[in-house]
Design a protein around this ligand. Structure first.
Ligand code: 1HS
Length: 252
């Protein structure tokens, strides 16, 4: 088992990539804190982990609220005594160019995708240091590497996550905390549905899929498997990196 004896927090693990990762990490022996703003969804993930024979607990959290984030780390310490992996997976998307996006939506996208990484990491790091190190995994996007039409706020936020990852890798290396980010392409999760709905003709649907040389979009498990690798000791010499999991989209 690749995460035996490790304790992992996964934000946004009530659905999508986070849920797939929670199930996968638990199968690899990790104790998983399933953190999500949607309590019912988080409880469902925990139930599925229990059915698999794994150990986990849920924590309802709005990752944009620092006090709630601090409580999540306190509860993790009380319950498990340590923290080895923080998967900063919670995210959201907003559709629109800079001419269309409203200020409140711009702020929300930055709060959920970027400020959450700042809050969760700053509270997790002291606990990780106490147990001798850890692995933090952030989620950028192909939209943080190349421009994607109608995703102004999301592109800007995911670009910020990629650079924050490099900064954190440098600042935390001496504490034996590795920090990396994933760069997923379009993955079939609830988050991407609004964007895919803008493809309202067969031609648009075909054009988007044509950006993916491998001929399909990602599944949550494709991205979760990459997160598992970065979380594990197999990646012990990897920090500050972006692991691209995009079916070749950014190779074009
Ligand atoms: C949602 C994920 O971060 C990817 S946004 C990329 C959209 S596209 O490549 O399918 O146009």
């Amino acid at each position: 088992m690749r995460l035996k004896y490790k304790v992992a927090i996964i934000t946004g693990s009530g659905s999508g990539i986070g849920k797939a990762a929670a199930l996968m990490f638990a199968r690899e022996g990790a104790k998983v804190i399933v953190a999500d703003i949607d309590e019912a969804a988080a409880k469902k993930t925990v139930e599925e982990i229990k059915i698999q024979g794994g150990e986990s607990t849920f924590f309802q959290v709005d990752v944009t609220k620092e006090l709630q984030v601090k409580q999540m780390i306190d509860v993790t310490e009380e319950r498990f005594g340590r923290l080895d992996v923080l998967f900063n997976n919670a995210g959201m998307q907003n559709i629109g160019s800079i001419l269309e996006v409203k200020e409140e939506d711009w702020n929300k996208v930055f709060d959920v995708n970027v400020k959450s990484v700042f809050f969760c990491s700053r509270h997790a790091v002291p606990l990780m240091i106490r147990n001798g190190g850890g692995s933090i995994i952030n989620v950028s996007s192909v939209a943080g590497v190349v421009g994607v039409p109608k995703l102004a706020a999301y592109c800007a936020a995911k670009g910020a996550v990629a650079l924050l990852t490099k900064n954190m890798a440098l600042d935390l290396a001496s504490h034996k905390i590795r920090v990396n980010c994933l760069v997923p392409g379009t993955t079939l999760t609830p988050l991407i549905q609004d964007l895919l709905k803008t493809d309202d003709t067969e031609e648009k649907r075909r054009a988007r899929l044509a950006k993916y040389p491998i001929g399909r979009y990602g599944n949550p498990e494709d991205i979760a498997a990459a997160a598992l690798f970065l979380a594990s000791d197999e990646a012990s010499f990897i920090t500050g990196s972006s692991l691209v999991v995009d079916g070749g989209m950014t190779a074009m």
